[in-house]
Design a binder for this molecule. Structure first.
Ligand SMILES: [Zn+2]
Length: 534
């Protein structure tokens, strides 16, 4: 007797192998049987003729760390067929904390555009995972440890290099989190405090994973004019620490830099050819999204938000900041120059009285306010204490397609829940790959696309227990109509669920069925190195 029997689905198993029609039986949270025809009874039978059954999608690049505390039902991701979210990306995770960094975190706008308002009743990675699991979680999670989080725990918002005892403490916190189930280390080198770290600091820290296992994922120091130098730094960190490296949301930002795409591919491919383990993830859109704070020169944020607020009160410092945003600084990725204020849209603001700004460009809002856009931006950051997220049109579609179709590229949404006007990738990434890049453009086969969303990501994360439709593995699965599954989220109307989804199963529990969330809460922390059930 199976818990669930799925009959005559077109099985795309995650490995890239051609689809085949068959039955799948699920019992006790596992894929129990897989055959052209299965005999036997089941509590729940799904007739799936004409539908594709794939492993549940893995979103390898998420910023749902706070959202899952607030909305553990995870509808936004489940309705895309995602069954596992990878937290702690871009250098900021919610754990591990120290008592001092816990107090900073409460008002921290660096983890998410909208800060966490609830109690922070955890310190370690394990305690944070328990907090998520005990809160009625409907989706699985896996976690990276943010370099910025480690730095804040040990050094606050200092812009200095760590001394050897501070490095030991950061390594110790990372090792402890790895032993509690974290998959690796992430960095965000355009954000504070990550940008204060040099290559040596990151390589030393990543060394903690050499024997423990784990990989180094990075939002690189530059994704624009100096993107090649940033890739070199990433590769060097991997070589020095002797750990695998993973480039988050691979892109080339800024029209003047798009021509670097060939050299970007060449650099990564030649490192792979020489035997270095380097991978990447890509989201299927040509606008990016981040915090408005990322438009400021990094020195402004030294000491954290309170120090920034004090600086913004000084007219001479404001003039210096505006001058540096206009002209740039050597080595610093300038978000304003990548796009221009006319192509930067407000996605989310922290306070209610400025919600009307969401969905509008900075150029338009500044004009309406009768201000120059630079002053407008500094005033807005001051008024919102930094809690503003933006969408920036800075990329090229052909380059994005090229990166997405690289054989070592995984799919990650980079979605950040919050605000009324998020980037559409939050609601649309996974069905968009299938609708747009498989069906409409024919750039990937369905089997290739599914592999990028499942087994390839599981392999990168070291999660051998999932990501494939195979006997004995965790029963995470998505069932969709390959002719109609598509995203509906757009830049104008981003909070739209996809269509064409039939069912989603998480750990053997039917969680989305006939267009509704069943209320199942079977999600849990996925740890690397889990052994396969025999
Ligand atoms: Zn990032």
């Amino acid at each position: 007797m199976f818990d669930i029997l799925i009959r005559q689905a077109d099985i795309v198993d995650g490995t890239g192998a051609p689809r085949r029609t068959g039955d799948v039986g699920i019992s006790g949270g596992r894929i129990a049987a897989l055959a052209p025809h299965l005999e036997g009874d089941a509590r729940h039978i799904i007739e799936a003729r004409g539908l594709v059954l794939a492993p549940g999608f893995i979103d390898i690049h998420c910023h749902s760390d706070i959202a899952l505390l607030e909305s553990p039902s995870a509808d936004i991701k489940l309705f895309q067929g995602v069954t596992t979210e990878v937290l702690g990306n871009c250098g900021m995770s919610l754990a591990p904390l120290t008592p001092a960094s816990r107090d900073q975190l409460a008002g921290n706008t660096l983890v998410s555009a909208v800060p966490w308002q609830g109690p922070v009743d955890w310190l370690s990675f394990g305690e944070y995972a328990e907090r998520l699991e005990s809160g009625g979680l409907s989706i699985n999670v896996a976690g990276l440890v943010g370099h910025g989080t480690l730095r804040m725990a040990v050094m606050g918002m200092s812009g200095k290099a760590p001394d050897s005892s501070q490095m030991d403490r950061m390594q110790g916190l990372l090792s402890e989190a790895l032993s509690q189930g974290a998959c690796g280390l992430s960095s965000g080198l355009i954000y504070v405090p990550g940008c204060y770290a040099d290559t040596a600091e990151l390589a030393r820290l990543a060394e903690a994973m050499r024997t423990a296992g784990g990989f180094y994922a990075t939002h690189m120091r530059n994704e624009a004019r100096y993107v090649l130098k940033a890739i070199e730094e990433t590769l060097e960190i991997g070589r020095r620490a002797q750990v695998p490296v993973h480039i988050s949301h691979l892109k080339v930002a800024g029209r003047a830099n798009w021509h670097l795409a060939d050299a970007v591919v060449e650099k990564i491919v030649s490192a792979r050819r020489s035997g270095q383990d380097v991978t990447c993830d890509v989201y299927p859109y040509f606008c990016s999204s981040t915090t408005l704070l990322a438009t400021l020169p990094p020195w402004c944020l030294e000491g954290g938000i309170p120090s920034l607020m004090a600086r913004l009160e000084k007219p001479e410092l404001r003039r210096r900041i505006i001058g540096q945003i206009q002209d740039g600084l050597p080595g610093w990725e300038n978000m304003y120059q990548n796009a221009g204020w006319g192509k930067i849209t407000i996605a989310a603001v922290g306070s209610r009285e400025r919600r009307h700004m969401e969905g509008r460009t900075i150029a338009a809002l500044a004009e309406e306010a009768g201000q120059d856009p630079f002053t407008f931006v500094l005033d807005l950051i001051a008024a919102e204490q930094g809690a503003v997220a933006i969408i920036s049109e800075s990329m090229n579609e052909a380059v994005m397609e090229r990166f997405l179709t690289l054989p070592f590229a995984r799919v990650g949404s980079d979605g950040d829940p919050g605000g009324s006007h998020p980037h559409p990738r939050l609601y649309g990434t996974f069905p968009r790959v299938i609708a747009h890049f498989v069906r409409d453009r024919g750039l990937l086969s369905l089997e290739e696309a599914v592999a990028k969303m499942t087994a390839m990501s599981a392999d990168r994360l070291g999660l051998s227990d999932m990501g494939r439709i195979a006997e004995g593995l965790a029963a995470d699965a998505v069932l969709f109509d390959p002719r109609t599954f598509r995203d509906r989220a757009t830049y104008d109307d981003p909070c739209q669920y996809p269509v064409g989804l039939a069912a989603v199963i998480v750990n053997g529990r039917l969680t989305i069925d006939a267009g509704s969330h069943t209320g199942a809460a079977a999600g849990r922390l996925r740890r690397p190195g889990s052994t396969r059930a025999s």
